[in-house]
Design a protein around this ligand. Sequence first.
Ligand SMILES: [Zn+2]
Ligand SMILES: [Zn+2]
Length: 329
Amino acid sequence: MGLISFTDNGLYCKQGDFYIDPWKPVHRAVTTHAHSDHARWGSKLYLAHKDSYYLLKARLYEDIAIQSVDYGQTISINNVKITLFPAGHIIGSAQVRVEYKGEVWVVSGDYKTEDDLVSVPFEPVKCNTFITESTFGLPIYQWQKQSSIMEDIHLWVQANQAAGRNSILTAYSLGKAQRLIHNLTPYGYKFYVHGAIYAMQEAIARFMKMPAVDYLGADITKEEMKKRIIIIPPSADSAAYLKRMQPFSLGVCSGWMQVRGAQRRRNADAGFALSDHADWQGLLQAINATGAECVYATHGFTAPLARYLREEMGIKADVVKTSFGEDEE
Ligand SMILES: [Zn+2]
Ligand SMILES: [Zn+2]
């Protein structure tokens, strides 16, 4: 048995008696980030990055017990050293480094290797064993640079304005939405956002400066609406909800948009392959940089990634089943 084992409650460190992103309530949870498949309700005490502090309060409950730490700050429990490192996935996202008697394991949580200019960029961490996500663990996933995707979105909005249509983007409320707001503001855009996104902006404003956005309420003039970019979560794209914003063009921001047909299946007019997860090359680079002799892939296309690591990179690699899902995509 290694330093971290795979249990019914989640990833467990027996020596330190704590879990990492448990999917059941436990006495002590180390939380990589505030997405719902990693930060679950009901644990007694959470350890998380300081930027996740207000996000966890906003998404779970206000009086949640959280011990918050900075990146690189080490906490010791039963001689097990726990240190968080940036994962570059969303604001406050962290990889968890666990060390005991010279053996080091790192749990990646969700991560991406490109700097999104909103979250602290991913930092590779040396370890013996790396538990990596593999949401987009297939060679077909190869992202364009963020700057060129933002340029594409800008051109799409301009075309919508010229045609007299509103521009509606769907983006996950924590992560993708802030990335769009931060990176499209320099083009001169202002935003109307769905309540779920507005709530996240308010939580983030408690510890970090973000461009101001307006709540997508009733008192909006038709003219002003067309000038803005409207952002809603993917779950809100029902015909009934969208009806009052007609005429509009609907753009979906998700890594899945890279694949042919995905846009049509979502009934979208445009697809932008913008992801908060590493693409295939990003995964390989990140794994390589850890120097790990053993890798466990979880979350997504695990089998193809593990096979590639074994056959092409000579790394001991296996698949491990967890309850992490495609929350933000
Ligand atoms: Zn996530
Ligand atoms: Zn996830």
